[in-house]
Design a protein around this ligand. Sequence first.
Ligand SMILES: Nc1ncnc2c1ncn2[C@@H]1O[C@H](COP(=O)(O)OP(=O)(O)O)[C@@H](O)[C@H]1O
Ligand SMILES: [Mg+2]
Length: 393
Amino acid sequence: MPVNKNTLPKIGLLYLDHVLRFFDKSNFKGWPNKIETVVYHWGNDKDRFIKEVRQKKIDVLIGNIPATAYETFREIARELPEVQFMPSLDTQFSNKSKENVTHFCEKYNLPVPKTRIFYDRRKGKRFLNNATYPKIIKRSYGPSNYGGYYVHKVDSPEEALELIDKKKYYPIYVQDFVPMKADIRVMLVGHKPVCAFWRRPPEGEWLTNTSQGGSMDYSNVPAEALEIAVRASKAANAEFWACDVAVSYDDEYTILECATAFAAFPYIRDWIGQYLMWKLSKGQMPCPHIPMYNWEELGKMSSSVLRTMRHIHFSRYTSYSTDTGETFTRMGEDNYPIVNTRTTHEEEWPSEVWNFQDNYPRTESIAAPTDNLKVMQAQDLGLEEAAPVQEQE
Ligand SMILES: Nc1ncnc2c1ncn2[C@@H]1O[C@H](COP(=O)(O)OP(=O)(O)O)[C@@H](O)[C@H]1O
Ligand SMILES: [Mg+2]
């Protein structure tokens, strides 16, 4: 059935100066209409940006918003009620900061390491004085994805207080230290896991970030990790999502990070584009068929090959019969069909309530990383880590 071009919404890709682009037009292969782009230039650019979106008659604005622009874009979204942001600003709530991830997980009863967040430094210090150790202290907000650079393990109150005084992180974000075998990155499209891998720390170390010398592998990702990631994706109502799940030595699973922004191979971005076209065309364009555990097979290839592969397509059934009856997926199991996300109208995480960082009166004057218009680093996105750069077609 040919696609009726007139029934399709007008798509715009949302870009920001100095920020790596998650999507390229080539991820939307087959979309029959022109795809617009709108670039946010930072600084005092809100009104011009809004004007451009209106002028281009964009119905759906697709893209990830980095932490430092998040609050500005919540304002922009309010001024453009007729424009659908995809993912929605509510879905992107977790992109802004680690404290938001914590609030999100707590609301939806998703397992996280025990975490305390202090906007009042005196209370934070009192807590650190009486806490049990080791603890993890992190910078909650700011250009992220330095692969553990802003994550510190402290073993005593003295060490914790010294760190707090030196780093001036605001708020104070403290977490129980989870002795873990490894963590697992799960990527999802339409709430279906499409890629998952272990990230293991180097021998004798605790940081699992692969940019810090850890290793990754794709085999036997436990079902528990996939299940938690699916629950988080559904709670966030995310068209696409990634979740880092820690696996402790006693096999407890907790979420460390989750976001719509993450480093993904280009073929995964193609799948996301295909999913979004299916959704936006109301089924006129096909939903991608992505077999479970495909990563166990694709992961056998070198990452330099995976970085260049595009538009990987799996057919649903083989057109010829096989005598072994072998299926592609592990035991043929697939408990996670790709599903549509909900369209929401009310704000779930309004900034008046949830932007503690700017709303909370300071008790000590400290340099706070709250200037959300300031241009931060190029990789100021959620779960990026040595992001595979997208080839443009
Ligand atoms: N509570 C924790 N206990 C033990 N290790 C942790 C904990 N939180 C984070 N880590 C380790 O630090 C790494 C980086 O932490 P993360 O919260 O993902 O920050 P980022 O990736 O932004 O630097 C994790 O991948 C993990 O290896
Ligand atoms: Mg991380």
